[in-house]
Design a protein around this ligand. Structure first.
Ligand code: TRP
Length: 455
């Protein structure tokens, strides 16, 4: 027994964090959101800016968040409060915790709606609706789903219930593990789809669309969306990674673990993008800028027209649901942890109450696809507004504050204790990024992206 103990401990120290963090990071953001925002923003240049944002802004901030969690060892709200006290930072940094909790609930509100679409597509796959389908009819089926608010509410409620049940029983570990065993399967299926895209679609065009340089079409708004998505897809800017940092054993290597999560997450998004656009470009009735429905119109065409496609399609949407599920629990868990920690609330009560709040707000997103489709604020419908405010404003803003807090306020000695021994060279590169590059880049992008909307 004794001989194996050491081996096991070192295995879990590295993988517990990577599996949990990747479970949170890989979700609808990769498979559903990335392809459609890349399409809306013209591809190429957008994707390059997105990858740059990941490398020079998001990854350093992810290291920062994980490190804050390791130092504070509590829910984000209280971790931040403790660290502010011990470093004499201004009280206003407390907003990091609060903004995180609210951003999580707001994101969850529409996340459940979209995950609901995936649930309903499992049913469609099983019942054979997509057999031999063409792009026009796939579009019609999707439009009909959006028009039917009762059906949307049914699936949204089911997904919210699934999320709440997991956080009530605290079986994150079980789900996390299950999802991580199944996630490689999702990866393999995506590769299989890529082969389909190569044979039946236009993979070359998809490739040049996603990786070509067409910087003329790049607006500051697109840069802001790319930045926001870098935060969204890595689950940073709301304390989720802080929470996972708490679970990270003291001796593990933050840099390489974070890098691993970043690489996995980016690969899934890029492959999903290639698959979807190779199908889009051979079906003229699907626009690359089709918006949130992009994946739900293009993939049924692929599955409906390949051998054994309905079986693969069923498995695919089950896996997408699982990926969304392991992400959604990380959107609500920090808020629950906080309620339990400081408000003397039971886990059951906290989960039900917060799930209910997110569900109610989510109804607004449901309606924005039908009865409220024409209700706009600043050009956004309800779903777009919540998405814009959370992903493109709240997450980067809280990331900015995290960078300033750890780069300028917290005692260097404390930070060095956490990270220096990991790799001195990476540490100094990171330190430079977190003090100067990340904050400045976030400020420039936020100002340039939002300013034109105000004047
Ligand atoms: N990263 C997840 C995705 O790509 C979504 C997500 C989970 C998230 N937890 C988060 C986004 C925390 C921002 C903050 O689907």
């Amino acid at each position: 027994m004794k001989n194996t103990k050491n081996f096991h401990a070192s295995w879990s120290s590295r993988w517990t964090f990577i599996l949990a963090a990747a479970g949170s990071a890989v979700g609808l953001g990769n498979i559903w959101k990335f392809p459609y925002i890349a399409g809306e923003n013209g591809g190429g240049a957008f994707v390059i800016v997105y990858i740059l944002c990941i490398v020079i802004i998001a990854l350093p901030i992810m290291v920062a968040e994980v490190t804050l969690g390791r130092m504070g060892k509590k829910s984000p709200v209280n971790t931040i409060r403790d660290l502010i006290q011990s470093s004499d930072a201004h009280k206003s940094f407390n907003i990091i915790g609060w903004m995180g909790v609210s951003a999580g609930l707001l994101i969850l509100s529409y996340y459940a709606v979209i995950a609901g679409w995936a649930l309903s597509y499992i049913e469609h796959m099983i019942s054979g609706t997509f057999h031999n389908i063409n792009a026009e009819n796939a579009g019609l089926i999707f439009d009909n789903l959006l028009k039917n608010k009762n059906e949307l509410i049914f699936w949204q409620s089911l997904f919210m219930l699934m999320t709440v049940i997991v956080v009530i029983f605290g079986i994150n570990k079980g789900l996390g593990l299950a999802a991580q065993i199944l996630m490689p399967l999702l990866f393999i299926l995506l590769i299989g789809l890529l082969i389909f895209g190569y044979q039946q679609g236009d993979l070359a065009k998809a490739f040049s669309f996603l990786f070509g340089f067409n910087f003329e079409s790049l607006s500051w708004k697109a840069v802001l969306v790319a930045l926001g998505h870098a935060f969204f897809t890595l689950s940073i800017g709301m304390g989720a990674m802080m929470t996972y940092g708490v679970y990270m054993p003291a001796d593990s290597r933050v840099f390489s673990n974070v890098l691993m999560v970043g690489i996995l997450d980016t690969l899934v998004a890029l492959i999903a993008g290639l698959v979807i656009f190779s199908i889009v470009f051979v079906n003229p009735s699907i626009e690359s800028s089709a918006g949130p429905g992009l994946m739900f119109v293009s993939l049924p065409v692929a599955f409906g027209n390949m051998l054994g496609g309905l079986i693969f399609g069923t498995i695919f949407f089950v896996l997408v649901t699982l990926a969304a599920w392991s992400s959604s629990i990380s959107l609500i868990e920090p808020a629950i942890a906080y309620l339990i920690e400081s408000r003397k609330c039971t886990r059951l009560m906290a989960s039900l109450a917060l799930g209910f709040i997110a569900w109610i707000i989510g109804l607004g997103s449901v309606f924005s696809f039908n009865i409220w489709a024409e209700e706009k604020i600043a050009g956004f419908n309800f779903f777009e507004l919540i998405d814009f405010i959370t992903a493109n404003i709240m997450l980067p803003l809280s990331g900015l504050l995290v960078a300033i807090l750890i780069g300028w306020k917290i005692k260097s000695k404390m930070v060095e204790d956490q990270l220096l021994s990991d790799s001195p060279r990476l540490f100094f590169a990171w330190k430079w990024a977190i003090k100067f590059v990340s904050p400045l880049a976030v400020i420039v992008v936020l100002v340039m992206g939002i300013y034109p909307r105000l004047v």
